[in-house]
Ligand binder design. Structure first.
Ligand code: SF4
Length: 355
């Protein structure tokens, strides 16, 4: 990690459940902190966790090292517990208890949440959003299921068409715009990233929306067995018996990993402006290439845009956002701008207003 010349580095622990191996997490963080006395990088730690195994020891350590927590909240109890069954059937209650304790000890912003949308979720956009409002979150992520890991195995039960997802998203976005106008600040994170790509000269930096692709160039994943992958999605392909996207092992220097044949293939297929379909698309300045997703879904990192759900998703969402920016009234535009600036709608309308 320190072989990278990046000034700012984010170290994220993902599972499984990292808190079940907290001693290893602690050891890694302590080594990094010790080495960083000399390196002087700007380092952020994130633990992705259900928060079910949050002990006092973890909280004290997290406070000391300013660790952020990223958890999963799929909506109200019935939906969350159906998506995440545990023997005691209290997955929702335990996650909520963890969120409360993190906020109490580390501050409100120390925990964020991601939503996994199953087919069942798509029937209740308002209930999911109401849950995020009730729990005091300022951002919700309404991302579709990825084609990896468990989502692929249970495809019949969990998966849905991109058309169905887009209909859900538009309904959810309309409701979000409505409640933001009523004074609640809750942004949708993917819309915020796309708006940043559309309305500012800066890239959102989001790995899946980069061109050249961000997998491997902006993120590396070290698996528990010591093998290195260009993204978490590439690692998750392992669960489907596919290890073709392995860059090498932890014992190899970074320069060697980045020169691996897999990395060459990803970079050769990772510039959206050169890909068949994207090259003629008006939306390419705001979109990305995502060769890993195309490899997972189509068995080829270049992929065919006419059959690509990544393309369908971004085309649908970008067109919808452009329509809202063109046809939406001033109130809708103010809410979208407030998501871009991470400021409440009332502040965009009345700068300085704190009501
Ligand atoms: S919307 Fe589709 S065709 Fe257009 S740039 Fe994105 S992936 Fe390529």
């Amino acid at each position: 990690m320190f072989e990278s010349n990046a000034r700012a580095l984010t170290v994220e622990f993902q599972g499984g459940e990292p808190l079940l191996a907290f001693e290893r997490v602690r050891q890694i963080i302590e080594w990094i902190v010790e080495r960083n006395v000399v390196e002087q990088r700007d380092i952020q730690f994130v633990i992705t966790t259900t928060l079910h195994h949050l002990t006092e020891e973890v909280i004290v350590f997290a406070k000391k090292h300013h660790i952020q927590f990223s958890t999963s909240l799929d909506g109200p109890a019935s939906l969350h517990n159906a998506n995440r069954p545990t023997p005691s059937r209290d997955s929702y209650e335990r996650t909520l208890d963890g969120i409360r304790r993190v906020r109490e000890h580390l501050g409100h912003e120390a925990v964020s949440a991601l939503t996994t949308l199953t087919a069942k979720s798509l029937e209740q956009p308002r209930a999911i959003i109401d849950e995020y409002v009730a729990q005091g979150f300022s951002s919700i992520s309404l991302r579709p299921l990825s084609p990896y890991g468990f989502a692929s195995k249970g495809a019949q039960r969990l998966d849905y068409s991109m058309e169905r997802y887009l209909a859900f998203y538009k309904e959810a976005l309309a409701y979000l715009l409505e409640i933001n106008q009523q004074g609640v600040y809750l942004s949708e994170s993917y819309a915020s990233l796309l708006l940043k790509n559309i309305l500012t000269p800066f890239s959102s930096g989001y790995v899946d929306l980069r061109s050249p692709a961000g997998a491997g160039t902006a993120a590396l994943v070290y698996n528990y067995d010591g093998y290195v992958y260009p993204s978490d999605e590439a690692r998750m392909l392992l669960e489907m018996g596919e290890d073709g996207l392995r860059l090498g092992s932890v014992h190899q220097p970074l320069a060697e990993l980045l020169r691996s044949p897999v990395m060459e293939a990803l970079l050769a297929s990772g510039v959206a402006e050169t890909l068949p379909g994207c090259v003629d698309c008006a939306l390419v300045p705001y979109c990305g290439a995502d060769p890993v997703e195309h490899f997972a879904r189509q068995g080829d990192p270049i992929g065919h845009r006419a059959f690509s759900s990544f393309c369908k998703k971004n085309l649908g969402l970008l067109q919808h956002l452009f329509e809202l920016l063109r046809d939406g009234d001033d109130d809708i535009q103010s809410v979208l701008l407030s998501w871009l600036n991470r400021r409440a709608y009332s502040e965009v309308l009345f700068p300085g207003y704190r009501g």
